[in-house]
Structure formats: C-alpha cells, structure tokens
Write a protein that binds this ligand. Structure first.
Ligand code: SER
Length: 317
C-alpha cells in the first residue's frame, strides 16, 4: 500500500489536493504536513508540523509513517520571491533537493513536484508556447522552477528517481486565498465581486495569462502520478493548459452575473512579471503521453467560483 506525504499541505494547492488524495486513497494513507497548523477539514487526518528545509525532520516523518510517495508543494511564489530573493531561492531549492535525495537514497519511490509557467521568459514565444522552447526566466521564482526542472530530469536520468511534474498556470480556487503570486488577482477579483466591492487590478486590462481552475489542476496532479512509469516521457515538467484570459475578459465574465461590478487598473511591479510570461500554452505532449484534458473554461469557472464564494459568504453572515 502506498503512503503519501504532502509538503505544504496548508497552501492553495495543498489544502485541496490533501482532501482529494484522502478521498481517493483513504484518510490514513495521506499524511499532510506544513509549517502551520491545519484548519478545518485538513485537521481530520494525519498531520505533522514540518519544515521541509530540515532534512532530518523530513526523514523522521517519512520513516515514522512509512511514506512511499511525496507531493512537494512548498514554494515561495513569484511576487513574494522578488521581495525575498535569497530566501525564496533557498526555500524552493533546498526543500526540492531533500525530497530528490530521499528518492535517490530509496526512502521513497515516487515524487510529485510542480513547476510553473514562470519557467518561461521574455524571449519565449508567448502564444501557444511549445513544450520545448527558449526559456529565459527573469524572476527568482521562475529561475528556481527552471533549475528545479533540470535537477528533476537529472535525478531521473542518473539515479532512476521517479519524479513527475506539470507546469501549473495561474491557479484559481475558492477554498483558500493564494499568497504572493502574479496570477492571484484572478482569485481576489471573485471575492470582491461577491462582496459587492470594487476591484483594483494590479495588472493592466489586456494582460492575458494562462490560467486553470483548481479542480483541473488537482486532476492533472493525481493523473500524472497514477499513470504507468513508461508513459511519463518528459521528466523535466509537462506543459498543461486550461484557459487564457485578460483581466478585462475576466471582469466581463463576472459581469454576466454582477452587471454593476466595477474594476479599475493600477499596474505595479507585477506587470513586468506578467509581461515576461506566455499568454497561452501548447499542452500537446501531456494530452498525448498521459491523456491530459481540462474540464473548465472561463465561464464555467466563473459560475463555480461565484456560487461557492456566495455560499461561504452567506454562512459567515
Ligand atoms: N501562480 C504563480 C505565480 O503567479 C505562477 O505559477 O507566481
């Protein structure tokens, strides 16, 4: 029986992935861990307070629970890492090396580690960005993900480490607030819409970015971990695409439900980050190799986000 450890389980992806994995594989087989204490549903299952940069502590949790697979979701995102370059680099890389080494030393047999559209840079073709192309990331986060991809492939080639990865686009879900990303405006905007508050956007109106609804990201993550080894042909990280939209298009899709919802634009330092990233992604390899296919487009996501946030708001009131 596989036993799973999730690092960074209280984060935006972790808090949803933990519940999905527990549902699929049984609560007792999925150990969540984070620097912070769990809240809500997350607390209803095995949990360890864990600093993923502490290798001894990590090994001790792995041995205590006889862990066989690790989902590594610890990261400082793009905007936050620009404000803390050394800390961001150190957190993102040290935690990854510890997990890769656990697999190299055969304490665990499989790893999931997400990469990001941030691996691309200003000289990458922005439309329908290919899997294999120019990559010149110019953010600390992007550089750490690009380096991480190279190291994942290296550990696979040299040490037969079974590490699997997808390049997440901007992720949008209603269960948690994200922290410190450039794509996060697309989460905040829904909260403002249901609160009938105006939204001030830190990107300009026509800045189009690749995005994905959280349920699709969770499916991609679980699916790539389930397919037989030989189907995972790319061991750096797979492009995956959900949808692409600009703040203006997102605003319009929300206005179908809230016609009076107002937006204003005040681009800040995050505009340059967004400008260096692709607008849309070619995910042909993921579709061909392991059957990737997203279910949400912009309007379906908007309806789901607004309905759920409204319900949550009504509960509080
Ligand atoms: N959502 C991430 C960020 O904006 C990109 O992968 O930092």
């Amino acid at each position: 029986m596989e036993k799973i450890l999730i690092l960074g389980a209280c984060g935006q992806v972790g808090s949803e992935l933990t519940l999905a994995l527990r549902k699929a594989f049984g609560t007792d087989n999925v150990v969540a861990s984070d620097l912070n204490k769990p809240k809500g549903d997350l607390a209803e299952g095995p949990f360890e307070i864990l600093d993923a940069t502490d290798k001894a502590a990590l090994l001790s949790v792995v041995q205590k629970h006889s862990i066989t697979q690790v989902y590594h979701l610890v990261a400082m995102l793009s905007a936050k890492a620009e404000e803390n370059p050394v800390f961001g680099w150190d957190l993102n890389m040290t935690s990854l090396f510890h997990v890769l080494d656990l697999a190299k030393e055969r304490f665990i047999n499989k790893i999931f580690w997400p990469s990001s559209i941030a691996v691309f840079g200003p000289n990458t073709p922005a439309d329908n960005t290919p899997q294999h192309t120019t990559m010149d990331p110019n953010t600390v986060y992007g550089i750490s993900k690009q380096a991480g991809e190279r190291w994942c492939e290296y550990y696979h080639e040299k040490y037969k480490v079974d590490v699997r990865s997808v390049r997440y686009p901007g992720l949008i879900g209603y269960k948690t607030l994200p922290g410190g990303g450039t794509t996060d405006y697309a989460v905040d905007i829904y909260h403002k819409a249901v609160q009938s508050a105006p939204f001030k956007c830190f990107l300009s109106q026509n800045t189009k970015l690749p995005m994905m609804y959280m349920d699709d990201a969770i499916s991609a993550t679980i699916d790539i971990m389930q397919v037989p080894k030989d189907k995972v042909k790319i061991r750096s990280s797979y492009n995956i695409a959900g949808m692409s939209f600009s703040p203006k298009e997102l605003h319009e899709s929300i206005q179908a439900t809230y016609p009076d919802f107002e937006i204003s634009y005040k681009p800040d330092f995050r505009q340059a980050i967004a400008d260096s990233w692709p607008q849309s992604i070619d995910d042909g390899f993921a579709r061909k190799d392991w059957g990737w296919s997203p279910k949400y487009d912009l309007n379906k996501m908007t309806q789901t986000m607004l309905n759920n946030l409204k319900k949550l708001l009504e509960k509080v009131e």
